[in-house]
Design a protein around this ligand. Sequence first.
Ligand code: FE2
Length: 400
Amino acid sequence: MATLSSAAESTESRTTDPLTLIDVDHVRFFVGNAKQAAHFYASALGFQVEQISDLTTGCRESAQYLLTQGNIRIILETPLTEAHPANDELKRHGDGVKDVAFTVFDAERAFEQARKNGGEAAYEPRTARDSTGSVTMAGIRTYGRVVHSFVSRTGAYDLPSIKQGNSFAPGFRPMEQFSLNAYNRQHSCGLKFVDHLVGNVELGKMNHWVRWYEEVMGFSMFKHFDDKDIGTEYSALMSKVMASGNHLIKMPINEPAEGKRKSQVQEYLEWHAMTAGVQHLAFRTDDELTSVAELRSRGVDFLVIPEAYYDSVWPRVNAMLTKHGHAAVKEDCQRVRDLGILVDADDEGYLLQLFTKPLQDRPTLFFEIICRRGSQSFGKGNFKALFEALEGEQERRGNL
Ligand code: FE2
């Protein structure tokens, strides 16, 4: 997401809405073994393993690794003691996303406003400070056991400084010569920023959480899809896309829909302790073909789209682009097909997207790699092919 940087914009936002979200500050994963997970995200997905907070930096409760790619920041955290709250999450859910944290101008004010709007506190404001600057964080609870932290940063801890390699927060130190970092700089996967983050919630709860994002976070509905848009004969889901006031942050919310067989959202819930949670993170690239080719060469497992998809996709996509006066798809059609990439178009342009299989043994969290050429949608025209591919996977897992 673009970061507001000019002093004028900054001053204006400070004096208006405390819930103005500047960026996705970071996404925190609780994992069983952060040291090993860091290697996976580096080797398979091209992340830089940049900083660490652990026993060597005086942190005796957990180990945290900061991984970055473009403007994406992931914290992988693993508990070191029996008392650490991540143990409970890992026991319930296995590895997954605990916290989607947003950068704001003033974390305390954002937290107070969200509380005033009806949000429930996850944790009270706390500030870590040293002579170079400070990081203030406060958290509210969203769906399931997921938290939204508000993060405000001063001095050397502001986001532009972190992007230059400065410390993420007091207590972090740079990783010394993590072996894959140089390779990953030379063989970039090209992931730039978080395009959207999707939550799966329980049947009948989508509208509750839509209202929650409106009332507590000041979001508004950007798009919605019902089971006629997103379904096959067998399995379906419903989805509403919520967007922050400035549209920088997009958070679709899915719920299962009734079908002859099990919805993918229901499968997620059943392997997630019947608890809502983050289903996927979509990462934006400027070059879908190069990104997917690089990720495939590193062994990333993507959903396999049936060959028949490519018989109808080009007439459908190009007809839509022509109708709305847009140029045809510029990517090489044969390479798109060879790489198994999905394409969709709407009145604003087109997009290319592809979805990984689950990133852990449970069929829960996965990633999406998305490139937008005008389209601000989510690939509605691909839902059918995608669901058929997903049903095949569910069947193989005995979950359909
Ligand atoms: Fe998505």
